[in-house]
Design a protein around this ligand. Sequence first.
Ligand SMILES: O=C(O)[C@H](O)[C@@H](O)[C@H](O)[C@H](O)COP(=O)(O)O
Length: 225
Amino acid sequence: MNLHVFPTPEAAARAAAEAFAQAAREAVTARGAFHVALSGGSTPKLMYRALRDLPDVPWAQVHIYFSDERSVGPDSPDSNYGAARDELLTHVPVPEAQIHRMEGERRPLEEAARDYAALLPEQLDVVLLGMGDDGHTASLFPGTEALNAAGRVAANWVPKLDTGRLTFTFPEINAARERWLLVVGAGKADVLREVQAGEGEYPVARVQDPVWFLDGAAAEKLKRV
Ligand SMILES: O=C(O)[C@H](O)[C@@H](O)[C@H](O)[C@H](O)COP(=O)(O)O
């Protein structure tokens, strides 16, 4: 595992923010644009707060996507887009036309998934992901149908949450140039240990060659090689 362990959640998030800035500069120099998918949940907010204050980020050439979205609209407190808008996108000069929201409020979700796949670039530069304490990532939850979906974006019914989700599929996640997992907190330590040991059937284990940004609490039970 490509591990980067930091003393606090804020330090791990800042490291991910600095890596974002560096990757953006490199992508823009090499290809004229940086195409990045943000993840959901609460952890990315720490990164957004660090990232919005960093200098030398080529925001005019950054294209923002999302690796998953809840089945809600942009103004819902549950919206992954809404969190990114409030904590990052209203603080930095990314052109509005380069911010690509997943339409979680649309029905059927399958049509929203199809249309979102059509607007994706040929290859994303970075997919930023998190991990739940059940080992899910994006909205690829254990035991759900989208785990084996073949397209780029799927609508996924999540029985344990009794809700539908929009999510990148593993083919899409693994086709990106890089995959980063920002995971913090003691609640993730047991699953992380099992993932490192190759135990369990956790969806996150199917993310190929990720870079892990961890705090000490999440990494507590890992073998440091
Ligand atoms: O929509 C979501 O909830 C996320 O995409 C999800 O995969 C998240 O990354 C994990 O659940 C971790 O969430 P926390 O960062 O809140 O622990």
